[in-house]
Design a protein around this ligand. Sequence first.
Ligand code: CP
Ligand code: NVA
Length: 306
Amino acid sequence: MSVRHFLSMMDYTPDELVGLIRRAIELKDLRNRGVLFEPLKNRVLGMIFEKASTRTRLSFEAGMIQLGGQAIFLSPRDTQLGRGEPIGDAAIVMSSMLDAVMIRTFAHSNLTEFAAKSKVPVINGLSDDLHPCQLLADMQTFLEHRGSIAGKTVAWIGDGNNMCNSYIEAAIQFDFQLKVACPEGYEPDARFLALAGDRVQVLRDPREAVAGAHLVSTDVWASMGQEDEAEQRMALFRPYQVTPALLDNAAPDVLFMHCLPAHRGEEISLDMLDDPRSVAWAQAENRLHAQKALLELLVEPAYHHA
Ligand code: CP
Ligand code: NVA
């Protein structure tokens, strides 16, 4: 039997994705009501982090514990992966001991190589190409605040990076229009644009992209791994800062999201996260609930007693 992974938003049908998000809202409610729900007792998630993380690590680790299981944090510094053990070999061994593996890495091919040899589900906790777990949380947050996102307009302002690529996939799967405003040369990957067809428009002017939008989202101007380019990017991206004044051009009920960590004074103004239209904190919390729904779906439930 071939195992199911979550490497991209395209790995699931639109109905499955909406179902996942609805389940996330139910799991959030269970937790808010203090109901113990431990279907993953004795199950273990391995988490390989080749890049830094606050939210992804915490939400997966806390999520597994809350579901009755456990999570193990692994970094290249203290595993043989950092000393050149082939990814496929690591996948065979790790997946013989674990019930699921979450990986945050650089090249997306590291994820697909691992998944190809893994006996257990592999979850993309961010690659240079995509950040699908964040999109589950973002879509949940929109649904909770405004209802279905189908037919709405979303503006992505800034770098055409991994988050932007995942927004393109979400536009296809959740049926919304996406307007990307980015500097020349920083467009999202052509493969994702081709997949989306006329669902996605690439523009230069952030005001044009934001006009009438129901959701505006942005991210850092230099992603992890691009530290050397940071200075050059700062100057180029300056006109793309998201401010409350920019949001005034959007729909009156617009929401603002940022996957965090944020750099106030760069991609957002100092006051952007304090604006009543910002839902960034709810969005961050929803990483926990959305990923618990994902883990519940992907990881086999508790063992039987002998
Ligand atoms: N948004 C997000 O993935 O945050 P971390 O880098 O802290 O995990
Ligand atoms: N685009 C950012 C997202 C961080 C959550 C990065 O890849 O560093």
